[in-house]
Design a protein around this ligand. Sequence first.
Ligand code: COA
Ligand code: AMP
Length: 630
Amino acid sequence: MAYADIYAASLNDPEGFWMEQAGKIDWLTPPTRALNGEKAPFYSWFADGRLNACWNAVDRHVEAGRGKQIAIKHVSPITHSTKGITYAELQARVASLAGALRAKGVQKGDRVIIYMPMIPEALEAMLACARLGAIHSVVFGGFAAHELAVRINDCTPKAIIAASCGLEPGRVVHYKPLLDKAIEEATHKPEFCVVFQREQEVAKLIEGRDVAWHTFQYGVEPAECVPVEGDHPAYILYTSGTTGQPKGVVRATGGHLVALNWTMKAIYDIDAGDVFWAASDVGWVVGHSYICYGPLIAGATTIVYEGKPVGTPDAGAFWRVMQNQRVKSFFTAPTALRAIKREDPEGKLIAEYNLRSLKTVYLAGERADPDTILWAQRHLNVPVIDHWWQTESGWAIAANPMGIEPLPVKLGSPSVPMPGYDIRVLDEGGHQMAPGELGAIAIKLPLPPGTLPTLWNAAERFVKSYLTHFPGYYETGDAGYIDEDGYVYIMARTDDVINVAGHRLSTGAMEEVLASHRDVAECAVIGVSDALKGQSPMGFLCLNKGTNREPAEVVKECVALMRDKIGPVADFKRACVVERLPKTRSGKILRGTMVKIADGQEFKTPATIDDPAILDEIRVALKTLGYPAA
Ligand code: COA
Ligand code: AMP
């Protein structure tokens, strides 16, 4: 069937469409129906079916005779090692870990936080939880102890699984002290922690609380897969909202597996035995869907890459992995390609590798700028496909379905809506905009399987954040338009979320950190344009009256505070002290206007501004930081 027929079928007969897709994964009890809307706007999918995510990702491939095939390939240019794990080995390792977790009391429904770098054990920990029906919550290694503590308090894990360290180029990330600090700060205490000791650093364990990954598995019975209901949460993944309290996106098991299974062929053109590589991190949604679950459900080989696009050791790192591992479909963030392009604009390093296996490159995480797409197309000679999605959706909302019908690529567009996503562009009043007109992007309810059914412990916040502004729709938080051919264009966020190197960050959360500095009376954080990272955060600080602190000192302390509270991933390196912030008469800080000044864009002084003279002060302050950049 062609794309248009598939898409139409998904909207006209969602029940039939998704039940057919559900038949392509393994169930202990097949669902009798797909959608349950009795508690709308809280929808569930496949609620009366029973299945297990680990079974679908691992065991069923062993059962089908694919046990000897490599499931996970760990490629680490940082440790100069490459290691493969077959599906049969993965099954044994995961069953053993799950058995040990079960012996320590972890059961279906318990939460387990995973705080690990890009090593196969991170996937094994996720799958071991899934095997028991425990709900994992992976926390990205670039977050500081405080962010980990916030997540511990919110999802109240029975256990935390961590590694002794992570490895960034030229720097060992000491996970264990961060873990200890987070547990000390959190009001909820896990019953125990499992620590995977890496060669590069052996962490000191706390007696009575910590157990070592290997020793706690000695002598335990491996665990079998525990069947869970289709709407049982598989995981919670925290993402930035507009405040310091992240949103715990819940993913329900059945819809998650059914949708990912559909995408592996339809979008990524991956069959069992193919090699798929998403160069992201397990701490992000891309890592959940396309480093762990998606490729494994498809019976493919997934690459776990511990390295960077540049500097580990050079800008040829990606091409080397693609050649050596015979990668068929590759997924990364545009910022990674920009980093490579900056070091190797002529693509000379690309020419050194045999990339015959590579069929398609997929980009997501931020808007793919046409220059980057053209550069990649020219040098890689394969289709470069932008696709748009969010932590909340778990899989592409708009994409180019390369496995069913490659559509013409339109630069600047992530192409067309995927099945079940009825995308509309609305004005402030909720009226549909004409093709080509810019508005808020919303999706008509219900959302398809695999998308968030709610937020963990925060059903009211779920409704308020996503479903209230446009009744009957899910508000994506993105603005853009749809053209005459039905291609979607994502242009900006409508909230205070910024996107730094493909990482979603909250300026509100950063402002909360700055405001906690004893000399800061008031502050604002904006996202300014950055040629490499898309956006970069910049802080404006108003100091307490009467303080005699040197502005430069306070700025330095604020930069350190942000690294300590949110973590290096915030990439907060620029701030300045100003007398006042530009505000409307009702007191709203004019962040959008500040962004325009920093980016050197034309703008109209807002009619509601309290004192237009402040904009000149902001202009002067930005100049001292080198903005607008030439
Ligand atoms: N653990 C600990 N620290 C981490 C980390 C992790 N897992 N990941 C990143 N950091 C740190 C980095 O070391 C850096 O610290 P520094 O300030 O001491 O240098 C900081 O967080 C910012 O990291 P990053 O945004 O990665 O910037 P970078 O300058 O190190 O690298 C790129 C720039 C473009 C190469 C890099 O951002 C990149 O590869 N981006 C792709 C993003 C991506 O895959 N996103 C996933 C969504 S699809
Ligand atoms: P995250 O939840 O971290 O995956 O971030 C999701 C947000 O990243 C989206 O809401 C968009 O703002 C942005 N984003 C992701 N993919 C794209 C894309 N292909 N084009 C434009 N923006 C994107």
